[in-house]
Write a protein that binds this ligand. Structure first.
Ligand code: SF4
Length: 376
C-alpha cells in the first residue's frame, strides 16, 4: 500500500493540489497561446482525455491577454508559464490565470518578485516555483556542482532559495518542481526535497524525449516516486501530441492503483500461434477505448491457448481463432464471430457497455445528490 507523504494543500482554480487531494495529471499546450482558437481546441482535446490542469506558455503581453478569451471556453484550470518577465506574470494573473509557473530568481530582482507576489495575493493565485537542472544559479553550481544522481544539492538549494524569497514576501500558496532530464537525478532530488519541505510537489522529468523514451523515463522516475508516496501532481513530458502525455499519465496512475480513468486494455504480444490480424484489432480497440469512460477490463488475445483465460477474467474480451474470434463477456462465451465482422461487433458491444456504465454512474450521482437511500 502506498502511504502518501503529507503536504499542504493549495488550490489551482477548482482543483486542489496536495494534502489528501487526488493526484492530478497536467499537460502543456504546444500552440501559440495568442492563437485562441487553436489553443482552446487543443485544451478541449486534453480535457476529453482527462487532463486536470493545463499550462500555456506566455511569451508576451498579447499571449497574457489571450488567457481571458481562452478561459471562457475551457473548464479546467489554466496555469501561465512565464520566464524572466514579471510584467507577464502580473498580466497573466489579471487575465484570469488560475496559477503561474515562474522561477522567481530569474525575474530580475526582489522588487519584481514583490510585484508578482502582490498580484498573486490579490487574485489568490498559487505559484509554482519551477527549477530545472539547466537553470540553476551560477553561485549554487559553483558551491555544489551540476546536479547528479549522487548530488542534487544545487537543485534543492535553488528551489528552496526561491521559495524563501516568496515566503519573505508573505506568500505560501506554493508548489515546487525540480526537474532534470536524468532519471536518477530526478528521483534523488525529489526524495531529498520531500524531506526538506511540506509544500506540494509537481513531478516531472524534463525534456524526457519522444513517445517511447519519454514514457519509459517518466514512468521509471515518477513511478518510483509516486510508489513512495512522493508527488501531488505531475506532467509526463513527451515530444508528441500533449494528449499522449495525459494518456500515459493515467496509465501510470492505474498501474500503481492510485487512480483509474476509462477501461484497462490487456492485449497479448502475439506469437506463432496467432491466426488473426491481432495488431490491427488491438490498435482499433485501443483507439476506441480512449473514448470510453467506464472502468472496464478489456482483453484482446491472439489465440485459444492463453487467450480464453485472460479474456474470461475481463469484463469483455476476444480470443482469436483461425479466421474467427470468440468473444467472452464476464467469463462466459458470448459469441463466435467471423474475423471480418469481429471488430465491428466487438466495438458495438463495448459502446453499449460504456453507455450502460454511464447511465449507472449518472443515476448513482443523482441518488447521492438527492440523498436517496437504497430500498430496504
Ligand atoms: S495469447 Fe496466444 S497468441 Fe497471444 S502470445 Fe499468448 S500464446 Fe501467443
Amino acid at each position: 500500500m502506498i502511504i502518501r507523504r503529507k503536504t499542504r494543500s493549495i488550490q489551482v482554480g477548482k482543483v486542489a493540489v496536495g494534502g489528501n487531494s487526488t493526484i492530478s495529471v497536467q499537460s502543456m499546450t504546444n500552440t501559440d497561446t495568442k492563437n485562441v482558437q487553436q489553443t482552446v481546441a487543443q485544451i478541449c482535446r486534453l480535457q476529453e482525455a482527462g487532463c486536470d490542469i493545463v499550462r500555456v506558455a506566455v511569451l508576451d503581453l498579447e499571449a497574457a491577454a489571450a488567457i481571458r478569451a481562452i478561459q471562457e471556453k475551457i473548464s479546467i484550470p489554466l496555469i501561465a508559464d512565464i520566464h524572466f518577465d514579471s510584467r507577464l506574470a502580473v498580466a497573466a494573473m489579471e487575465s484570469g490565470a488560475d496559477g503561474i509557473r515562474i522561477n522567481p530568481g530569474n525575474l530580475g530582482g526582489e522588487e519584481k518578485v514583490a510585484l508578482v507576489v502582490a498580484a498573486a495575493k490579490q487574485h489568490r493565485i498559487p505559484i509554482r516555483v519551477g527549477v530545472n537542472s539547466g537553470s540553476i544559479e551560477k553561485d549554487l553550481l559553483k558551491k555544489h556542482g551540476y546536479p547528479t544522481p549522487e548530488n542534487s544539492a544545487a537543485l534543492i538549494e535553488s528551489a528552496m532559495r526561491n521559495v524563501r524569497l516568496l515566503e519573505k514576501h508573505g506568500y505560501h500558496e506554493i508548489k515546487i518542481s525540480i526537474k532534470s532530464s536524468d532519471v536518477l537525478t530526478t528521483i534523488n532530488s525529489y526524495q531529498r526535497l520531500s524531506k526538506t519541505t511540506d509544500y506540494p510537489l509537481h513531478l516531472g522529468v524534463t525534456e524526457a524525449g519522444g513517445l517511447i523514451a519519454g514514457t519509459v523515463k517518466s514512468s521509471v522516475a515518477l513511478g518510483i516516486l509516486l510508489s513512495q508516496g512522493i508527488g501531488d501532481t505531475f506532467r509526463i513530458s513527451l515530444t508528441r501530441d500533449p494528449v499522449e502525455e495525459v494518456r500515459v499519465g493515467f496509465e501510470l496512475l492505474r498501474s500503481l492503483k492510485i487512480r483509474e480513468r476509462g477501461p484497462e486494455l490487456i492485449s497479448c504480444p502475439t506469437c506463432g500461434r496467432t491466426r488473426i490480424d491481432l495488431f490491427t484489432l488491438a490498435e482499433e480497440v485501443e483507439r476506441f477505448v480512449q473514448t470510453m469512460e467506464s472502468p472496464l477490463k478489456v482483453a484482446v488475445m491472439g489465440c485459444i491457448v492463453n487467450g480464453p483465460g485472460e479474456a474470461r477474467q475481463a469484463d469483455i474480451g476476444i480470443a482469436g481463432g483461425n479466421g474467427v474470434g470468440i468473444i467472452f463477456k464476464k467469463g462466459e462465451i458470448w459469441r463466435k464471430v467471423p474475423e471480418n465482422e469481429l471488430l465491428e461487433i466487438f466495438l458495438a458491444e463495448l459502446k453499449k457497455m460504456d453507455d450502460e456504465g454511464q447511465k449507472e454512474r449518472n443515476s448513482a450521482h443523482l441518488d447521492k445528490r438527492e440523498g436517496r437511500r437504497e430500498p430496504f
